[in-house]
Design a protein around this ligand. Structure first.
Ligand code: F6P
Length: 749
């Protein structure tokens, strides 16, 4: 409507101005005509009255004079008549106007002297009138007096007012008609075709329409339709070509690379068919506290480390919570943006949540309830009914956001983690044809532990709508199968590793997640200048350097690590002044009291231990309590002779794999908690029980003193394992498994 008005307003202004001028001209001409008429009538009446008045004035017959003027009393338009003698004295006046103000005598005198009749418009009280004064002549043209005829002109004004009214009504009617007609024309010729074209193209993008546009158009709009059709056709052809090439290449290569994974996705799924859902978004736009400018940060998150390379390789859409304080500035009208910023390899769709929703769903139920429930760290889970309601609500919000994106064919929704246990069921209820997989990035506890959750049935029911549920290790799969066996009525098939409930079978498989690593020729060279800066800044020259990289989380065993370093320095004083430990700790979930207290505890402990050992030239622990970009973390790995991963319980732990990958078989060593998923694969690491401080301290010494050849051999072995089992293999295994089990539903075309 706004656009119609914008278009129509100038036209209307011109029409209104034109009609107004025409109206004025017409009113003027009507007025002139009426005045002419009036004057003519007045003159005729005045002349005939003057004729009758002549005898009356000559004989000074006053009764006759009264009769003459009284005859005007009954006339409709003439208000009255006044008879004057030659001294301009009123001899007789019609009663109707007798009380009116005395006429202007000088004016009357002039008429008498010039012997010329005259008419004029005047206002007598509330009456608009026309006065016509006619001299009365006697013998020899001697003036005997005057006759004044007074006409009522109000009819003239009401006629003109009526005319204006009609012109205005016509104008208003015309304006309404023009707006209406313009609106109908715009709707028929512009809005409707454009709406059809947009909806067709939207459906085409989702794979719901792959024919020509279902309507024909001519003119400029027709050209646009034809251009859109060409784009659609090229896209369709490109998709087919990509899919065929991918099929061909897949047969040839046998190492899992970015390209090979892209081929697999193109061959098995279709372009635009991959949808990832996670709570944490891979790119966050925030205000930089230092410069006040906007920056785009990559969060410290295992999910992001693993999934971002896959999405970069395959494209698709990643739907996540938009948690950055300036995230809204960078999305389009559909809350989407291309990422990585400036590279646009895939689409990030941001979901907005209110503070209340984020509190209940993320901080509350997910991280004060499920997180401690699944990690054995002796932190009591907290379950609040309100948090659960918010968790349900946010799962529903994400479901709607996912559902509006899904194409008609082959959608593959890959959900990440414990934030979305209800989401699979919500998606499947509306799109039973969609393939839904959930990857659980944290441990799954045993049935006794899980059973304390008041919402255990709802959670399991939501998850079992999936076609596939993945865990990092078989142990967690077994725990899950046991849990379902104990808590639900379902058939657990221990041979196929699946759960059957009613018609639905869900496969439970282990897929150890990994990193992209950039191995071999693709390995990024360390940033020598940054490495040197780090060495100088922290006085690391000639020192044995150990590094730890974690979110500041009570599951990561940071306290135990500091205690073990303390014990190591206590027990082996030779290493004082020779050993430095750098802890990079990204702040995490700080609104939760347990995390807030834990961060303070770490701070305090590090300060206490540094106080215990430091002198003016050496401090054993350097604590960098901030989020560092991946390139800088790589530089810290470069300076680290050791990496310490001491989680009390961890689904996988990708820091361990990143360190091994970055060292490329060098003279270095990884100390790794036996309670991480990574310890199942990286068996050449120095494995520790982080709760046993004594053993942990000895392990540090053991790792430092291990012969160089032994270190190289072990690091090389682990490097090969990480290289072979990279994240592309992880994704390929998941997708291959899914496509194999849903062969009927997912066609490779
Ligand atoms: O690894 C478990 C996990 O929750 C991941 O989902 C996430 O990448 C990581 O911890 C970081 O947690 P958050 O996203 O809550 O900061």
């Amino acid at each position: 409507m706004k656009r119609v008005l914008l278009f129509v307003l100038p036209i209307l202004a011109i029409i209104v101005a034109g009609l107004t001028i025409l109206g004025i001209v017409q009113v003027r001409s009507v007025r002139e005509r009426l005045m002419d008429d009036l004057m003519r009538k007045a003159r005729t009446v005045a002349e005939s009255t003057a004729f009758s008045a002549r005898d009356i004035l000559e004989s000074n017959n006053l009764p006759e004079a009264s009769r003459l003027v009284d005859s005007f009393q009954r006339r409709e338009r003439t208000q009255g008549c006044i008879l004057y003698d030659r001294e301009i004295n009123v001899i007789a006046v019609t009663e109707r106007i007798a009380g009116w103000k005395e006429p202007n005598r000088s004016y009357l005198k002039l008429v008498l002297e010039t012997k010329t009749a005259r008419g004029d418009l005047e206002q007598f009280g509330e009456y608009p009138v026309y006065r016509y004064i006619q001299p009365v002549f006697g013998e020899n043209d001697n003036p005997l007096g005057l006759v004044e005829i007074v006409y009522d002109t109000s009819y003239l004004y009401s006629t003109l007012a009526e005319l204006w009214r009609r012109i205005s009504y016509t104008l208003i009617g015309l304006v309404c008609l023009i707006v209406l007609v313009s609106f109908v024309i715009e709707r028929q010729t512009y809005i409707l075709p454009l709406r059809h074209l947009t909806s067709w193209f939207g459906r085409f993008q989702k794979g719901e329409a792959d024919k020509l546009t279902p309507f024909s158009a001519k003119g400029e709009f027709g050209k646009l339709v034809s251009e859109v059709e060409q784009v659609a056709l090229s896209l369709r052809v490109a998709r087919r070509a990509v899919s065929d090439e991918a099929h061909a290449r897949l047969q040839m290569e046998d190492i899992w690379t970015e390209t090979k994974l892209r081929d697999l996705v193109n061959a098995r799924l279709r372009e635009n068919s991959l949808f990832v859902v996670s709570n944490r978004e891979p790119y966050i736009h925030t205000i930089d506290e230092g410069s006040g400018g906007v920056k785009c940060v990559r969060p410290a998150s295992g999910v992001v480390t693993a999934i971002d390379p896959i999405m970069r390789a395959c494209g698709g859409t990643w739907i996540a919570h938009g948690s950055g304080n300036v995230d809204r500035r960078f999305v389009n009208s559909k809350r989407k943006l291309g990422v990585p910023p400036g590279d646009d390899r895939y689409i990030l769709k941001r979901v907005w949540l209110t503070k209340e929703e984020e509190d209940g769903y993320y901080y509350g139920f997910s991280n004060e309830g499920l997180w401690p429930l699944c990690h054995i760290t002796h932190t009591r889970p907290i379950f609040r009914e309100n948090d659960w309601r918010m968790y349900e609500k946010v799962n529903r919000i994400f479901a709607e956001s996912v559902l509006e994106e899904l194409p008609v064919r082959n959608p593959f929704v890959f959900i990440q983690d414990y934030h979305f246990t209800l989401l699979p069921r919500m998606i499947k209820e509306r799109r039973p044809d969609a393939t839904v997989a959930l990857f659980w990035h944290i441990p799954w506890p045993n049935p006794e532990v899980f059973a304390i959750c008041p919402y255990r049935h709802e959670i399991l029911d939501g998850m079992l709508a999936c076609d596939l549920i993945g865990f990092h290790v078989q142990f967690h799969c077994n725990n899950f199968l046991d849990t379902v066996n104990r808590l639900l009525e379902a058939r657990v098939d221990m041979e196929r590793f699946s759960i059957v409930r009613g018609e639905k079978e869900t496969f439970i498989h282990a897929f150890p997640i990994s990193i992209d690593g950039h191995f071999g020729e693709n390995a990024p060279a360390p940033d020598i200048r940054q490495v040197e800066r780090i060495r100088t800044e922290h006085h690391l020259e000639g020192k044995i350097v150990a590094v730890g990289v974690d979110r500041v989380d009570y599951t990561k065993g940071i306290i135990e690590r500091i205690l073990a370093i303390d014990r190591f320095l206590e027990k082996y004083p030779d290493y004082r002044k020779r050993f430095v430990f750098i802890q990079i700790g990204a702040p995490s979930r700080t609104h939760i009291k347990r995390y807030h207290d834990f961060a303070a505890e770490v701070d305090e402990l590090i300060q206490r231990k540094n106080w215990k050992y430091s002198d003016e030239t050496w401090q054993p622990i350097i604590y960098l309590n901030r989020n560092l970009p991946p390139e800088e973390i790589r530089s810290y790995y470069e300076v680290g002779d050791l990496c310490i991963v001491s989680s009390l319980h961890d689904g996988m732990n990708l820091v361990a794999k990143e360190y091994v990958a970055s060292k490329r078989g060098a003279d270095a060593m990884l100390i790794l908690s036996q309670f991480t998923g990574a310890s199942r694969e990286l068996t050449d690491a120095v494995l520790i029980n982080p709760y046993s401080i004594e053993e942990f301290a000895d392990a540090i010494k053991y790792a430092i003193e291990m012969p160089t050849a032994e270190k190289r051999r072990r690091m090389k072995n682990m490097h090969t394992i990480v290289e072979e089992n990279n994240v592309y293999r992880w994704a390929a295994n998941t997708i291959t498994e899914l496509t194999a089990m849903k062969k009927g539903a997912i066609s490779s075309e």
